[in-house]
Design a protein around this ligand. Sequence first.
Ligand code: ADP
Length: 542
Amino acid sequence: MLGLMQERPLMISDLIEFAAVNHPDEEIVSRTVEGPIHRYTYKECAARSRQLAKALDKLGVQQGDCMGTMAWNGYRHVEIYYGVSGLGAICHTINPRLFPEQIIYILNHAEDKYIFTDLTFVPLFDKLAEHLPKVKGYIIMADEEHMPETSLSNVICYESLMATADDDYQWPTFDERTASSLCYTSGTTGNPKGVSYSHRSTVLHSYAVCTPDGLGLSNAETILPVVPMFHVNAWGIPYASAMCGAKMVMPGPQMDGKSLYELMESEGVTISAGVPTIWMMLLAYMKENDKTFSSMQRTVIGGAAAPRAMIETFEKEYGVNVIHAWGMTEMSPIGTACNLKKKHDNLSPDEKIDLSLKQGRAVYGVDMKIVGPDGKKLPWDGKAFGNLMVRGPWITSGYFKGEGGDILDEEGFFDTGDVATIDADGYMQITDRSKDVIKSGGEWISSIDVENEAVGCSGVAEAAVIAVPHPKWDERPLLLAVKEEGSAVTKEDIIEHLKGSIAKWQLPDDVVFVDELPHTATGKILKTKLRSEYGEYKLPTV
Ligand code: ADP
């Protein structure tokens, strides 16, 4: 017998309409590309999202069409999220930090009909357009007054397009499994692959973000997503904020320490979210300028492992609670968040930080398992490590257009490519990406562990550890380090520091100082590049 509950499909358009009705005067504040701060309410955002959907409909955009965006975090981008998905088309966010060849590949693969672009990226499209024959037009996210010089043909001004419609638009209702947005993985190896989210997966993921064991977002919070809207939908924050009516503060193109700090202070930001490299810049600015936070209470760190030194600085110096979180493009992205349990109340501050180094517990909806090389499940004892696999309603079942073929195991789990332990309380800790672990004499050395300890050494700004071939041990770790400005830190200082926390056989065989480390388009250290540059490096131990 079936239950008698109403079968209302989960629609993205309902998120923004809910915010408009229940939080009509809550604000979305944006630093614009043009310069000034823009502020308006959820009610106005919903009205403009409807207006955009109606205008796109008039332009001939159909359900199922892919609409590209290349834009910073800002209010027009939020309207595109809702307007495009709401009408049944697919909002395809493109990461401008990818190589031009990758951008061309992605745009042609997705067959984007139109591209929304911020002023910043118009010169890029001037160069790329000849390789994008399927694009019908470029919608420039500005008003007439700010329209730029461009060689692009079929250019549409966003605000003029808006003016072709009013906001009296009825959102269509359709199958909640319909594709709503599309985001390509950064493709450090091979071509980028598309991950296609649905209305259902997006709404369910938003619930998870709002739960206290997720990111605990609510109307009590003012959130500043530093994580870009072109990177896994800014970790779902623009949707979850509408679901709970949290004030949203969008940083636009300015993500340097000073700009972020000023915006956090002037808008009363209570929670933020971003990758470690962003926090490195913010913390450096605060230290140099002797600043403190007046409203910030929590920050979410994800995308790469949060080093202990960073968590300590946030917690101890600035009183900001760090939520270490893990996920990936294929997971919408939230998989785990490191919130403590009540049994941890009596832990000392240092013991709490020990726990925060783990990537945390699965949010409801995410099933995890770790498996050995034979595919057999490993115990949750905090020691056994294996390939981390996941399944759930906001985890991909396959890549866009079938790229990569069948990617799930017989139980429906997706292999994350991460190696992890899980303890008896369910706290997962990433030991490494499976391709980055250093296999030394049959033992595995976690590059993340060594890197995290190395950046705790005074004078080290950033560190990367890669495997270098070794005749006796197969592979040994090489540490590449960037010095803090003006620092005279030496190889011996770093090794001495590491000896305090890392087993002798895990110590790097050598340290090389470099001016900077290469990063991927999503802010992770580009290890493939380092491996190709230093793969032949001659270790002193050889
Ligand atoms: P995102 O960077 O938003 O998490 P990506 O799909 O670009 O999404 O990258 C996912 C990968 O990033 C994960 O498989 C994992 O290797 C790494 N990652 C994400 N969060 C963490 C974290 N907190 N600690 C360590 N690695 C992480």
